[in-house]
Design a protein around this ligand. Sequence first.
Ligand code: XIL
Length: 361
Amino acid sequence: MNRTTCAALWCLSICFALAASSPPLLSPPTSLRGTAQGSGILVGAAVRPAQLSEPAYAATLAREFDMLEPEDALKWETLRPDPQTFDFSQADAIVDFATRHNMKVRGHTLVWHRQNPAWLTNGSFTPEQLANLLETHIKTVIGHYRGKIFAWDVVNEAFDEGVRTGQLRSTIWSDQPGIGDAGMGAAYIAQCFRWARQADPYALLFYNEAEAEEVGRKSDAVYAMVRELKKQGVPIDGVGLQMHIGDQVPDIASISANIARFTALGVQVHITEMDVSLPVDGAGNATGDDLRKQADIYRRIADACLDHSGCSAIQTWGFTDKYSWIGSHSKHTRGAALPFDGNYQPKPAYDALRQALARGR
Ligand code: XIL
C-alpha cells in the first residue's frame, strides 16, 4: 500500500468514526443554538411530542435549539391517568429526542392548580393523603428523569391574579384542603422543593410564574417568597419568568430591574414561555408592521436576559406559528406569536433573537 492510499484510508476511518459519534443533525453556527454557544445561555422551545415525527418540525428544532421542555407531557393530566399509573411515554419521547440532538431538558411542572386529572380534583382526599400523593408524584417523576432533566419547574403559578394579585392562590395543594400547611403561607411550597431536592440532588429547582416579569405586585410577592425561602435554606435554584406578551407593550427597564433583583438573591432566572401574540386575520396572518414591532420586543427581552449573567436560558412557548397555544387560548383572534411562521420560515423575530444572541453578554 503506498502512502497516498494509506492516508486516504486513515481519513476515511476518521470520518466514519466522527459520523458515528456525532448527533445525526449538526446545528450550523448561524442557528440560534450555534450563535448562543459560548455566551452561557441556553435557547429553548416548548415541544409537543406528537409533532416530533413531522420532518420539518424535528429538523428545525434540532437545528435551532439546545433546550427542550415538554409543553404538556409532564403535567398531571398527561402523566397520571389514574392514581396508580405513571405514563411517561410522551415525555420519554421528548427526552430521547433531546438526548439524540445534544439538548438539555427542562421539566414542567410538578405542582400546579391546572391540568390536573378529574380523579384528583374531584376526589375527596385528606391533607395527609394529598401530601402522600404529591410526595410520591414529585419523587417518582423527578426520579424517573434523574440525570436527564437538568431543571424543574417544581411549582407553577402559585400566586393569584386580578384583585387578589400577590396573594397565594387557593388550590388543592395550598388550602383546598392543601397538603397539611393550610394557612401557613408558602410552607407547602417549601415542602415541595425539599421533596424535589431529595429526588435529585443535582437538578436545578425553579419556581415558575406568569405576569411577574415586570416589577409589580405579583413579582414583589414572588421576590419576597424566594428571599424568605433562601433565608430558610429551602433548596430553590431559580425563578422562571414566563413572558407571554400580549397587547401590552412590555416595560423592558422594569423587566431588567426585576431580573437584576432576582439574580442578586443568588437564584438563576430562566425566561421560560416567551411568545408575543399579535392580532391576526382569518387566515392567521399579522401585519408587517406588527411583525417588526414583535421582532423588537424579542430582541429587547433577549438583551435584558443577556445583560445579567444569572439569566441563563431563554425559551419560547413552541417555536412555529403552526402549533401555538395562543390560537385556541384567544379564540383565534391573536396568533403569529413565535419566531418561525407556519411553514417553518424564520420571521423578523427570529433574526432579532439571533442578532441579540450574536451580540452576546
Ligand atoms: C398551556 C399549553 O401550551 C397548552 O397546550 C395547554 O392546553 C394549556 O397550557 N402557563 C403555563 C403553561 O405554565 O403550562 C401553559 O401551557 C401556558 C400558560
